[in-house]
Design a protein around this ligand. Structure first.
Ligand code: G3I
Length: 358
């Protein structure tokens, strides 16, 4: 009976476009779902927190999205609502509405909230890029932003990506406004200021590309190990894991295991597994691809589940259904990177996640 209603719903969606924006690319996948026990969910089956990055607009407007978020996940990250430009668009203006909406949604539904992100090279609003001041003024700007944001969410947001993507592909510190104005200490200062504002918050360094190979990974590991050695309050390392179906298992294992060797908590913080990294415009999602994606999700989860329990902060997927992923828009290509399809049906990848803890 349930399947019957799902079918009707899918037809309505396909014909009316009622759940999609006019400009959303649609790359429907064939029905590659596999029978699964509806009484089992990700949050009930996994022995560590399982999160999703979420988009407030979709929580408000798309009931199936909201329902899946509530049913399947127990940890939430704002995909965009807590970034610098969103929260602090002008020097003396903070806009809390969207982030507060998400925090309240999480509270009502008993979800953990992970904060993303305080300091990121990519995100400063134009007032920061144009800011005129000496080093002391830049230091105050950094401190004020971090401490105002952390204080606002104190007791509601348990953890933060304090600094995001500070390492370049060659393993050295990435050039950015914060490095230019404050030197390499902008990173340790960010953690110290965050800890002052909320000593209970778990503070993460978050980056992508640990699985690419040793060059970038060693830069990241050196950074976090140096922070630890200096006594800087850092509690976790985030591996974004925006990865692809043909990434070697060894690279994924090396990424997770070297992160765990730091002794910090490990967050697989933004995972999706792209199925079309070569941008093939007429690619279709096949049973073969679905099987490869399932295997890759399973390997990732199995590897994470093998690190020490007290270091397993959790795994967070970067949004929920394939059509919600930033990948299609960013690369203008068909892709199916997430464990739920365009209509929020569970994919084979979903079963792969469950199988990873068996
Ligand atoms: O909301 C506006 C809309 O009003 C406007 O019409 C439209 C026009 O471009 O832009 C919309 O904002 C976009 C926003 O996503 C919401 O969709 C921004 O342009 C766009 O830059 C923004 O992209 C986000 C990106 O970070 C940059 O902040 C992606 O959604 C988000 O998935 C992505 O997430 C990052 C993580 O924070 C860090 N790690 C990498 C990851 C993927 O790039």
């Amino acid at each position: 009976m349930k399947k019957y209603w799902l079918l009707i719903w899918a037809v309505v969606v396909a014909t009316s476009g009622c759940l999609k924006g006019q400009d959303d690319p649609v790359f429907p996948s064939p029905d590659l779902t596999i029978p699964q026990d509806e009484n089992v969910t990700l949050q009930s089956a996994l022995p560590f927190p399982i999160g999703a990055a979420v988009n407030n607009g979709l929580i408000r407007s798309r009931a199936p999205y909201r329902d899946v978020v509530i049913k399947e996940f127990n940890s939430l990250t704002a995909e965009n609502a807590m970034k610098f430009s969103q929260l602090h668009p002008a020097e003396n203006t903070y806009t809390w509405t969207e982030a507060d909406f998400l925090v309240e949604f999480a509270r009502q539904n008993n979800k953990r909230v992970h904060g993303h992100t305080l300091i990121w090279y990519k995100n400063p609003p134009s007032w920061v890029m144009n800011y005129q001041g000496d080093a002391a003024a830049w230091d105050r700007l950094l401190k004020n932003h971090i401490q105002t944001v952390i204080s606002h969410f104190k007791g509601k947001v348990v953890s933060w990506d304090v600094v995001n993507e500070a390492i370049a592909e060659n393993g050295t510190l990435r050039d950015c406004i914060w490095l230019q104005k404050l030197g390499p200490e902008y990173i340790s200062k960010s953690f110290i200021y965050a800890h002052e504002a909320d000593p209970d918050a778990l503070l993460f360094y978050n980056d992508y590309g640990h699985e690419y190979g040793p060059t970038k990974r060693n830069g990241i590991l050196k950074l976090v190990n140096d922070l630890k050695a200096q006594g800087v309050p850092i509690h976790g390392i985030g591996l974004q894991m925006h990865t692809r179906y043909n990434m070697a298992d060894k690279n994924i294992a090396d990424a997770i295991n070297t992160a765990a060797a730091t002794g910090l908590k490990v967050h697989i913080a933004e995972v999706e597994i792209s199925m079309n990294p070569d941008n093939i415009q007429d690619l279709t999602y096949s049973a073969g691809l679905a099987a490869q994606q399932k295997a890759k999700y399973e390997f990732l989860v199995r590897t994470f589940n093998a690190i020490p329990k007290n270091q397993q902060f959790g795994i967070t997927t970067w949004n929920v259904g394939d059509s919600d992923s930033w990948i299609r828009g960013e690369y203008n290509r068909p892709d199916w990177p997430l464990p739920f399809d365009d209509n929020y049906n569970r994919k084979a990848a979903y079963q792969g996640i469950l199988d990873g803890v068996k």
